[in-house]
Design a protein around this ligand. Structure first.
Ligand code: HEM
Length: 537
């Protein structure tokens, strides 16, 4: 049993704002009891409604303001509370983050699973990536691991994210189609951007049709950095493995279920937790020493690449359990705000350009979605770690800051809040040496677009390959422009000639005559045999 269970702390925090309707009497927002809420105050039984009817005005005004913008992506989701606990202390050699290294600490978490492209009311069982975002309420502050159920991403640089999402979302003139994959703009984007090919292979695979959120892997995707108490950096990839194994639906099932029960995945999660069948995941890490940064035949900063587990094994770190459903979907699941830049001492970023853009985007979008700069006060977002800032005012300020000072440095409040302490007691940015000319150019080390797509396809069993072929035929077959279909088939020919031929035959474009030179003629070195010294430690 853990000695220090901070679950209680988070729960107490939430308890202080929970309200129940039972045994209460109806009041206004001001606490004034009302005798009647079914009829407006009118001048005479059939006359006009009076402006002085404060109860009717307040009731309707509040209703008018009930909706907030849905997330620009990942709008549909389901969340749950739980806890995380490391098995062991071994990772302390690499990170100062105590929630990953002290088996005595059980850290409360909130996890939100989501689809990406559909709107808030769309069906669960669509062909899509799934979000797997975890907020750890650690004693050193909130840490958010904002991942997906696939280990790579569509693009390499976040500046392309608005283009990508505009291509994925329903077309702007008629808001059709809701489904992620089956439309011209997505495939037009794919045809223009071969960097998407590895992720497109995942998207056309059964991984895009999870049977249950409880049966999904999760990945941090980017290479992050762990920082040890003595300031040493180690590259890391995060993995979640479900205890129930990884399982998918088949395409035909997803179509039927989407019609009969669009809430299939969220219902499954909710009911499992309600009945005490708590889902579990194991957190694992792949570690790469900084000395090995350039030892791979892909770039560690390229989010379209995995680190093959044969090269760097995944080492287990701890266990995540989800054991409590939220009390209120809007207050908790809708208002939770994850952010890749929410990190704690012992974890830091890499220079992955996709991650760097995300570190800007999440806070920015939440300022709009959650109505201003005070959304960290919303109970689900509030850390269990003490919070003392000099930030003041703003819409919906919930704190009553006492005293005369809200600036640093001051003498009037004894210099508080103080800036003192040493890493890892305080967060200190990892001192990475950076130099170079300011340029707007993708690194050449990012330009192998096909090798890992091939690796993925080759790792599939025959039925899985058949599903991939069928998915490409179904999705690409709906694209109106033959040129786009042919361009995608050409990319597929660089992944696997047989795959490209089968897809072409199913969608009415000429099959490629011969096998393409891998990677458009760029040399594609065999995956190195390197086993990282860190990985084998
Ligand atoms: C939302 C994952 C790339 C911008 C999300 C969510 C997840 C996620 C899981 C939903 C969070 C929730 O449940 O509330 C990822 C992963 C990415 C990626 C794994 C690539 C590795 C990007 C990029 C950008 C971006 C490149 C922008 C440059 C957003 C925005 C939201 C979002 C704006 C909505 C956040 C909100 O409204 O709270 N992403 N994303 N994402 N993502 Fe990403």
């Amino acid at each position: 049993m853990p000695q220090r269970d901070f679950n209680d702390e988070k729960d107490q925090q939430l308890e202080s704002v929970r309200t129940d309707a039972e045994h209460t009497r109806l009041t206004t927002q001001q606490g004034v009891r009302v005798d009647h809420t079914d009829d407006s105050l009118t001048a005479g039984a059939r006359g006009p409604t009076l402006l002085e009817d404060f109860h009717a005005r307040e009731k309707i005004t509040h209703f008018d303001h009930e909706r907030i913008p849905e997330r620009v992506v990942h709008a549909r989701g389901a969340g749950a509370y739980g806890h995380f606990q490391p098995y062991d202390t071994w990772l302390a050699e690499y990170t100062a983050a105590e929630f990953l290294t002290d088996p005595q600490i059980r850290t409360p978490v909130f996890v939100r699973f989501s689809t990406v492209a559909g709107s808030r009311g769309s069906a669960d069982t669509v062909r899509d990536v799934r979000g797997f975002a975890t907020k750890f309420y650690t004693r050193q502050g909130n840490y958010d691991l904002v991942g997906n159920n696939m280990p790579v991403f569509f693009i390499q640089d976040g500046i392309k994210f608005p283009d990508f999402v505009h291509a994925v979302k329903p077309e702007p003139h008629n808001e059709i189609p809701q489904a992620q994959s089956a439309h011209d703009t997505l495939w037009d984007f794919v045809a223009q951007q071969p960097e998407t090919m590895h992720m497109i292979m995942w998207l056309m695979s059964d991984r895009a049709l999870p049977r249950s959120y409880r049966m999904m892997q999760g990945f941090g995707v980017h290479t992050f950095r762990l920082v040890s108490a003595d300031g040493r950096g180690t590259f890391v990839k995060f993995h979640w493995k479900p205890l129930l194994g990884t399982h998918s639906l088949v395409w035909d099932e997803t179509q039927k279920i989407a019609g009969k029960d669009p809430d299939f995945n969220r219902r499954d999660l909710w009911e499992a937790i309600e009945t005490g069948d708590f889902p579990e995941w194991e957190l694992g890490v792949q570690l790469v020493s900084e000395d090995d940064e350039h030892s791979f035949d892909f770039d560690l900063l390229d989010a379209t690449k995995i680190i093959p587990e044969e090269q760097v094994p995944v080492r287990p770190v701890g266990r995540l359990v989800l054991d409590r459903n939220p009390d209120n979907f809007f207050a908790e699941t809708e208002q939770v705000a994850f952010h890749t830049a929410n990190i704690v001492p012992g974890i830091d970023f890499s220079n992955d350009p996709l991650l760097q853009a995300r570190n800007f985007s999440y806070l920015d979008t939440q300022l709009l979605r959650l109505g201003g700069p005070n959304f960290a006060h919303i109970p689900v977002n509030r850390p269990v770690a003490p919070v003392h800032t000099n930030q003041r005012d703003g819409f919906a300020q919930h704190r009553i800051h006492r005293g005369r000072t809200s600036y640093f440095d001051n003498s009037l409040a004894g210099g508080c809040p103080a800036v003192s302490g040493q890493f890892p007691e305080v967060f200190t940015h990892y001192q990475e040496k950076v130099e170079g000319a300011k340029i707007r150019k993708r690194s050449d080390s990012f330009k192998d677009f096909y090798s890992q797509a091939t690796l993925f396809y080759n790792s599939m069993t025959q039925p899985e390959k058949d599903h991939i072929v069928a998915a490409f035929r179904f999705e690409l077959g709906k694209v109106e422009q033959t040129e786009i279909r042919a361009a995608v088939v050409d990319h597929l020919n660089h992944v696997d000639h047989g795959l490209a031929t089968q897809v072409a035959q199913g969608i009415g474009v000429p099959a490629p005559q011969q096998e393409a030179t891998p990677n458009h003629g760029r040399s594609s070195p065999a995956l190195s045999q390197l086993i990282s010294p860190v990985a084998s430690a």
